[in-house]
Design a protein around this ligand. Sequence first.
Ligand SMILES: Nc1ncnc2c1ncn2[C@@H]1O[C@H](COP(=O)(O)OP(=O)(O)OP(=O)(O)O)[C@@H](O)[C@H]1O
Ligand code: SF4
Ligand SMILES: [Mg+2]
Length: 353
Amino acid sequence: MAGIGTAHLRDAEQSIIRVEHLVVEFPAPRGQKVHAVSDISFDVLPGETLGIVGESGCGKSTTGRALLQLPKPTSGKVVFEGVDLTGLTSEAMRQVRTKMQVIFQDPISSLYPRRTVAELVLEPLAIWDVGSSEDRVQRARLMLSEVNMDYDSVSWRRPYEFSIGQCQRISIARALMLNPRVLICDEPVSALDVSVQAQILNLLEDMKRRYGLTMIFISHDLAVVKNVSDRVLVMFLGKVCEVADAESLYSAPAHPYTRALLMASVISSRALSRAGAQPTTFAEEEETQTEMPSSVTPPSGCRYRTRCPRAQEICGVQEPIMREIKTDHFVACHFPLGAPASTEATAAGHSNT
Ligand SMILES: Nc1ncnc2c1ncn2[C@@H]1O[C@H](COP(=O)(O)OP(=O)(O)OP(=O)(O)O)[C@@H](O)[C@H]1O
Ligand code: SF4
Ligand SMILES: [Mg+2]
């Protein structure tokens, strides 16, 4: 991967979120830049869940924050409900943020520890002066009951009195208080035990169905996003590698990095459960353990090439462009698995091995 292109974008009028050529850079020492997100594009349809997957540092959270203009991206467009957010004033953007809420990985630190549950959950309505105080409490009762918590039993307690899983339930209730259209879930279950993970994932699914939410679900673990995502986008070092519906991506990954991530996921679940599929080759196992290249000086051409067992000469000089290899399955790779080499690679005399 490490590719560019927009072949995977669907009809702009259908999407609730459409990101085009998003670039986010941060200053680095000696006048250099951290290339956190480098020309990525994606869209999300109303009611859809997009899983964004990749290992630590690949730019998932930066992408999530860029949707909310936190901070404003270096360049590119973020269109939400037909409006390009990059052109909005900060006041207009504040209004938009009520419709796009975020759930973070660490619920205990994302909830102010000194506030009671009632204060935390009621706060969004208070800030926006929504309804009477009775209306607000009624809404808080409803949202807490939706996450299986009883307002009268929990409203006076503080976050540190709850488990991480319970805190995540409170975060979900709080995020839904303003009736958002989009929920950005940034590693919402990574800090939880496996059994609690499943409860929170089921809860998010229920909430999505009941409230007609659109979700962006960020995780470093492909296994976690598998069951919740309609479409999955795989990132590596600030670039998009592969985009496909979840079924197609898991059954036939085309990008070498997606394949390696899947192997890593199989290996970790095997380690946990002492059961599971066998990884194919040692090379693939080994690859997933290699360090991420620098995002200050990323590799030329395909950013994955220094770790890729399929890399050929062209990968170092020409960035692969996103292309459709079968219906609704897109990959940015010169030599994908199970598909022909790119036009550029073929023209340069390379073949897919
Ligand atoms: N405010 C910042 N200033 C400088 N660099 C940053 C900043 N925020 C993120 N980065 C860098 O941008 C890159 C992408 O970071 P990001 O947090 O988006 O990755 P991630 O995929 O969410 O990783 P993780 O799985 O660890 O949460 C990393 O190299 C990170 O160090
Ligand atoms: S084969 Fe080339 S283009 Fe494809 S992922 Fe490997 S290095 Fe990148
Ligand atoms: Mg992150």
